[in-house]
Ligand binder design. Structure first.
Ligand SMILES: NC(=O)c1ccc[n+]([C@@H]2O[C@H](COP(=O)([O-])OP(=O)(O)OC[C@H]3O[C@@H](n4cnc5c(N)ncnc54)[C@H](OP(=O)(O)O)[C@@H]3O)[C@@H](O)[C@H]2O)c1
Length: 246
């Protein structure tokens, strides 16, 4: 496959979907910058000449510095694809809440910080580099459970709310980019249930044909990004390109 003479960027390249997206992008783009909190690349990426691993803490100043490095590294090969694949659902001492009694301010704040604030800090820091591109698509990993209209089951308070907040932040960003960077298409992407550490504890009731591999999802994501229009809208879509209600 001929490689586009552009840069693709993945934030959260140590994750299941992020690393698969970086691999898929490395086949199509001349340069891939893979950002992660992890100090080194997983084996599938470490062997690729066109992948540059950039370790970065999940903090505001580190993000600003890393974005400046990305801007420098993409001066010759402008950014064409950005995938922000960070996110958390469960971790040490927290898991999705089943009832109001399980709510904790600390967990709610943590989920909001990781799932909504960090992706927006990245988008803000990358905006100058994105403006220099002729045509770019940015996809941020959201989730269908962040849809308010689609919430008929309840539960998962913090994760749902943090993804709804992410969508609102992205919607505002889409309006602004429509004015300041009309070359940039913006997607909030729902990958479907994907076989990664994030979904592992919740896979038991998922039908085998509804549990996607990260590689399959990465290809679907890239297809959705290829098809996305830069029109000042936020496209909240699933892996099949179907729009999801707010
Ligand atoms: N898997 C699913 O079924 C599913 C369904 C719907 C939506 N999603 C969304 O898809 C995205 C990717 O998830 P995944 O399934 O690939 O999960 P994953 O394998 O757990 O990867 C998530 C990545 O997010 C980053 N991250 C996690 N905790 C963080 C923290 N505290 N601070 C900063 N970064 C943190 C890490 O990237 P680094 O290690 O590279 O720093 C981590 O590897 C998430 O936004 C998730 O909500 C997934």
């Amino acid at each position: 496959m001929e490689q586009h003479p552009n840069t693709a960027l993945v934030i959260g390249a140590g994750g299941g979907i992020g690393s698969a997206a970086a691999e898929a992008l490395a086949k199509r783009y001349r340069q891939v910058i893979a950002v992660s909190r992890q100090p080194s690349a997983p084996p599938a990426l470490a062997g690729r000449d066109n992948v540059q691993w950039l370790a970065c803490a999940a903090e505001e100043t580190a993000i600003t510095d890393a974005a400046a490095e990305v801007a420098g590294a993409s001066a010759e090969l402008p950014l064409a694809r950005v995938v922000i694949a960070t996110g958390t659902l469960h971790g040490e001492g927290y898991r999705p809440e089943k009832s109001l009694r399980e709510l904790s301010a600390g967990t709610l704040g943590h989920l909001y910080q990781v799932n909504a604030v960090l992706p927006l800090l990245w988008l803000a820091a990358l905006e100058p580099a994105l403006r220099r591109s002729e045509a770019a698509a940015v996809a941020v990993l959201s989730a269908r459970v962040g849809s308010i209209g689609d919430n008929h089951l309840g539960g998962w308070y913090g994760y749902r709310a943090s993804k709804a907040a992410l969508n609102m932040l992205l919607r505002s960003a889409a309006v602004e980019l429509g004015r300041r960077a009309p070359n940039v298409a913006l997607l909030a992407f729902h990958p479907g249930t994907t076989d990664t550490p994030l979904s592992k504890p919740f896979q038991a009731r998922v039908r085998a044909d509804r549990l996607f591999s990260p590689a399959w999802v990465a290809d679907a994501l890239l297809a959705r990004m290829d098809a996305a229009r830069a029109d000042g809208e936020l496209h909240f879509v699933d892996y099949a390109g179907e729009p999801i209600p707010w």
